[in-house]
Each structure stands twice: as C-alpha cells, then as structure tokens.
Design a protein around this ligand. Structure first.
Ligand code: SAH
Ligand code: SF4
Ligand code: F3S
Length: 447
C-alpha cells in the first residue's frame, strides 16, 4: 500500500442529488480504496463517513444536519470516527458547516475530490478540523474516469460547472465555471472503458452542449469522434440545454443513430415565455417547441423527458396553465416536476412576488396528475413492440433479466431455461413487449 491512510477501516458515503454526485461518490470510493479504506454498506461499520450533499432544492442544509445528527452516537462510541461533508452544500456553506455542526471533522467542495485522501490524512493525523472548498477554475479539467467495477453502463464526466445562471438555480455557485475535458482524452478514456467491458456510456455535464474542447471541438464533434473512433455500443448524455440544441447536433444524432440513443432529456422548466424570460432560460415557448419538432422530425420515435418548475416567483395561474399545455403538446414520456424553492445567491430568491406554498403544492399535484395519464397512454404504444435491449443485470430473486432500450425504457424479461442468465449480461438481445407500464416494460426474449 503506497499510502496506508485508511489502515483497512471502513468508509461509508451517502449520496444525494444528480448523476454528477453519483459519479463523484464512485470517484471518492475509488480514491479512498487506493489508500486502504474499504467501502462498507452501513455507517455503523465505518471509520470514515462522508455525506455527498446536494443543494438544488428544499432545506438541503437541514438534511445534512439531520444526517450528521444520526452519527453523533457512533462518534461518541468511536472517537476515531471521522465525518465529512462534500458536494454542493459543502461548496455553498464552506467553513460555516464546521461552525454549525460541531461533530463534523471536515468539509470539501466540488473541486476538492481528487485531494480527498490527503485531506482525510491531514484530519486523521492532526485531529484538526479542515475545510477545502476552493474552485479550481485555472487548472485544466482532466479527470480520467475512475470506476472500480464498471458494469455494462457507466457515467463519464465530459464537463463541469455551469455559466448559464438561470435565476432559480444554485448550481453555477456550487459547481463553478464551465470547464471541458479534452476530446482526445475522452476518446482514450472511453476506449479504456470499452476494454473493461463497458457497452454504454452516459456523458455527464450540467449543460453538455456547452462542451468545448481546447482543440475547438464542440459537443456534436465529440459525439461524432466517440461514435467513429471508439467501439462503444451506446452513447447517452445528460443534460442538454434547449437553447444550445442545434441542427448540427440533430444531424449527428441522426447519422450515428445506431450508437446515439433515442432519448433526450430537454428541460423546459416552464411553458410560458414571460416566465422563461424571468428564469433567464434563453428561449421562448415557441423556440422550445421548434426544437422539439426539429428533433422529432429527424429522429422519429425519439423519447423526450423534461424538468418543470411550478410556482416560480410571479407565476400566475394562467402562466401555469401554459406549462400544462406545453406538457400536453409535447407528450413527454416522463417529467421531473418540482415546486420552486428559493436558493441562496440566486436572483429569483430576491424576487418579491413569491408564490404561496399552498399554490405551489396544488400546481405540482395537478401537473403530476396530468403527466400520470400521459405516461400511461404513451407506455401503451410499446405494447407488442420488438425492442433491442442491452442487458445490464440479472435479478435472481425475481428470476428476470433487466436491460434498457435505446429509448431508455427499462425492460424486464425472463431468461430462457436452457441458458445461464448471466451470459446475457452485456449482450444486446431482441425482446417482444407483452405488457407496458410507465416505469417498466415486461417482455419475452425473441430467440
Ligand atoms: N443543468 C440542468 C439542471 C440541473 S438542476 C439543466 O439546465 O437542465 C436539475 C433541475 O432541478 C432543474 O432542471 C430544475 O428543474 C430543478 N431546479 C433547479 N433549481 C431549482 C429551484 N430553485 N427550485 C426548484 N427546482 C429547481
Ligand atoms: Fe442550473 Fe440553468 Fe445551469 Fe441548469 S443551465 S445547471 S438549471 S443554471
Ligand atoms: Fe444537486 Fe449539485 Fe447536482 S446542487 S443536482 S448535486 S450539481
């Protein structure tokens, strides 16, 4: 062991928030394993506990407080136990977290993940409480993917940060300025993942279509390079911003359709142009709908999902109706609906016309009810269809294989008795859908 910082102790990380955080947690585990920490499944078994926090909505600081509170007894029983907070709340609150939560040992920001082993070593050696939460905006973003046991499908960060400053959103403050990885590096990275058995990558960024490699390549060119120069079978990406979704990207998605998946998450946030303007989204309702039509024309059968905020400051009942009508008009397979929640540092938090909580909850419920009907209806269109499924897992207790279609539909099917179920993992097979529900399609293998 090069640096035996962990001495074989357990490390437990709890994760909140988006896929970026999920991927960051995996990186933390990988880095800590290299210095002899052993990942464990429960905090009781750990000598090091980390909370990878999210601050995008609702009382995030509270959540950190209450989770750390649960570990107070563990710490009393084991004074050597170290507890840290990382992620977006850490970046947002920095030293204030240490001040407010006495049982906490260290706080590290979203750009401090790669120095986590050193930070943990310092805390363990000196018994001093530490904060490391500076943005690394000067250094190039060169973050080779670190995944301990990549499965069939894996996340790959292509860029970090966000420069869009939507008026409701804390992310530009918790993730800093946009920085992209080099295209050449990403090709090498993904080739290495393919060599380890990965069949599908999901390219991650707060705004993937702002991607810009130093060589000048943009997101479309990156997709082309990955499709042409690697043997990856499927490429997904999230999240793309409607204002940057252009014709070139659509053409590339069409040209490399065998690899680039038929599923696009395109957050609309609202269906009213006035609200969109006050959100600083950079598009109107009509422009958003034009993009949807452009995408659907080029990629028939493409599946769309979206994020919606209800009760943004000043949103009238009528403006909310425009959101409902947009949701109806587009016909999303799935939506992620949120009630607006004021965030620190953001412009909208200072808007004086905040919507009462009761109105927000009512609107949220109405939106959820509308989408439930749409999702059921759209799911039915999958009944009887034959889909190419990339198999990811075998669930022995339920005896079914689980995989996804190019449209990101989760499909369950029973393996044939004549074969070992595990041999299907990583293979793309044809499945006929027998019964379609909004969240899962049940089918049978076509042999
Ligand atoms: N970069 C992504 C979104 C990241 S945050 C994009 O631009 O689409 C994920 C989602 O959380 C957002 O799309 C938005 O719908 C929601 N969200 C962000 N800030 C919010 C807030 N203050 N209140 C409620 N929902 C919010
Ligand atoms: Fe937040 Fe807007 Fe950036 Fe998305 S694009 S992360 S919503 S500021
Ligand atoms: Fe949350 Fe930070 Fe992701 S605020 S949604 S963990 S970028």
């Amino acid at each position: 062991m090069l640096q035996d910082i962990g001495k074989g102790q357990g490390v437990y990380i709890s994760t909140y928030g988006c896929q970026m955080n999920v991927n960051d947690t995996e990186r933390m585990y990988a880095l800590l394993e290299m210095v002899n920490y052993v990942p464990v499944e429960s905090p009781e078994k750990a000598g090091l506990i980390i909370i990878n926090s999210c601050s995008v909505r609702e009382k995030p600081v509270h959540k950190v407080h209450s989770e750390v509170g649960r570990y107070r007894e563990l710490k009393a029983a084991n004074p050597r136990l170290k507890i840290g907070v990382g992620g977006c709340v850490a970046q947002q609150e920095k030293a204030k977290l240490l001040k407010d939560i006495p049982v906490l040992d260290f706080v590290f920001g979203t750009d401090a993940i790669d120095t986590l082993p050193q930070l943990v070593a310092e805390v363990a050696e000196t018994h001093q409480r530490k904060v490391s939460a500076r943005f690394e905006n000067e250094k190039p973003y060169a973050t080779e993917t670190m995944i301990r046991n990549p499965g069939v499908s894996t996340f790959v960060n292509i860029m970090k940060g966000c420069d869009n400053f939507c008026t409701f959103c804390v992310v530009p403050f918790t993730r800093g300025r946009e920085r992209s990885r080099q295209m050449k590096e990403l090709v090498t990275d993904i080739r290495a993942l393919v060599a380890r058995g990965v069949k599908e990558v999901t390219l991650l960024g707060q705004n993937v279509n702002s991607y810009k490699s130093d060589c000048g390549a943009d997101f479309g060119q990156l997709l082309r390079a990955l499709a042409e120069e690697t043997d990856i079978e499927r490429i997904r990406y999230t999240t793309s911003h409607p204002k940057d979704f252009n014709q070139e990207l659509v053409e590339i998605s069409q040209k490399y359709r065998s690899k680039i998946c038929d599923y696009i998450h395109l957050p609309a946030q609202s269906g009213n142009s006035e609200v969109l303007k006050r959100m600083n989204r950079g598009y109107t309702r009509e422009e958003y709908l034009d993009k949807v039509h452009m995408i659907r024309e080029a990629i028939p059968g493409v599946i769309l999902s979206t994020d919606i905020i209800v009760g943004f400051p000043g949103e009238t009942e009528e403006q909310f109706r425009d959101t409902l009508s947009l949701v109806r008009e587009v016909g999303y397979d799935n939506i992620y609906p949120f009630a607006y929640s004021p965030r620190p540092f953001t412009k909208a938090a200072k808007f004086t016309d905040q919507v009462p909580e009761a109105d927000k909850s009512r609107r949220l419920q109405e939106l959820i009810d509308l989408q439930r009907g749409i999702s059921f209806e759209l799911a039915r269109e999958f009944d009887g269809r034959e889909l190419a499924i990339l198999v990811e897992r075998y669930k022995a207790d339920e005896n079914h294989l689980m995989g996804r279609s190019t449209q990101n539909k989760i499909v369950h099917f029973v393996p044939p008795v004549s074969a070992e179920p595990e041999q299907f993992i990583g293979r793309t097979v044809r499945v006929k859908i027998l019964k379609a529900f909004p969240n899962v399609l049940r089918g049978e293998l076509i042999v």
